[in-house]
Design a protein around this ligand. Structure first.
Ligand code: LIP
Length: 269
């Protein structure tokens, strides 16, 4: 477990530092979409993360966002072509989570690295260089921010809750219905959309937010941060799966039932 944690940290730092040191090239777009972009640096940071992992764990498999074309992005599915034995640990990588934030110079972006075995997340690291934040956890240890323990908030009602979400517009089926946004806005203290799922989930772990939900994120967005949140006392739920995307909730546990009821009520995705 300790080896996995130290390698997750080393790999996340390798990817995050490369993005931070190459900020001047953040506008090198690899592919542009209607509401998203893939940067050349996404690919380069991923290469550094993968190289770090392969140097220290050559027999392990790797599932990485920028390889999306040739992997099934959920546990139990085929990992990338370089996969090893069926029971090999699987590393799950999002080299730059919050790519559009990074492209525009906003600090809410991070490099997320997790490792699973048999579908169980063993360790995870979420590194946000512009914020000076390194979130870590193992399956049997505490959630830490820069080495200090994390605890979720004590907020006990929706009315007092900060609710983080994402308004992914990648395609119609991923959109959050306006009626649901309205219902959420009327039910919680404030909704915030900050643009990086892994960091949002870590903010629930840190107690700076009380709930996070997005209807369609990938495993690499939430694998590391989901473990960190759980080890900090959060409850997490996959409400539904649609292809390679999941509807994922993380809360401070106190308001989990209220949040999941709100999200699963009629007319919710
Ligand atoms: C992003 C997520 C964010 C979501 C965006 C995007 P990326 O990941 O972290 O929560 O709302 O649509 O998917 O693409 O920047 O790695």
């Amino acid at each position: 477990m300790q080896f996995c944690l130290e390698l997750a940290i080393l790999a996340a730092r390798a990817g995050g530092q490369h993005a931070r040191l190459n900020r001047h090239r953040s506008s090198d777009v690899h592919k542009a979409f209607a509401h998203d972009i893939k940067l050349q640096l996404d690919l380069e940071c991923q290469a550094r993360v993968v190289d770090t992992i392969q140097r220290h764990a050559p027999t392990h498999a790797i599932l990485a966002e920028e390889d999306e074309g040739d992997v099934a992005a959920l546990p139990g599915g085929p990992a990338r072509a370089s996969a090893r034995a069926a029971d090999a640990p699987l590393w799950i990588v999002d080299p730059i989570d919050g790519t559009v934030n990074y492209f525009h110079g906003l600090p809410m972006w991070c490099c997320s690295v997790a490792v699973q075995q048999g579908g169980r997340t063993l360790a995870g690291a979420v590194y946000a260089p512009d914020l000076g934040e390194l979130y870590t956890a193992t399956a049997d240890g505490p959630a830490l921010l820069n080495g200090e323990p994390l605890r979720t908030s004590e907020t006990a009602t929706l009315e007092d809750a900060i609710f983080l979400t994402g308004l992914s517009q990648k395609n119609e089926s991923d959109a959050v219905p306006a009626t649901l946004v309205e219902r959420l806005a009327q039910s919680v203290q404030k909704i915030r959309v900050l643009g990086a799922a892994a960091l949002d989930i870590c903010r629930v772990a840190r107690g700076h937010a009380d709930a996070y939900w997005e209807p369609a994120i990938h495993l690499w967005d939430m694998a590391a941060a989901g473990l960190i949140a759980e080890r900090a006392g959060a409850r997490t739920t996959v409400l539904s799966r649609r292809g390679t995307r999941v509807s994922f909730v993380a809360t401070n546990a106190h308001i989990h039932d209220a949040v999941t009821q709100l999200l699963t009520a009629r007319h919710s995705p």
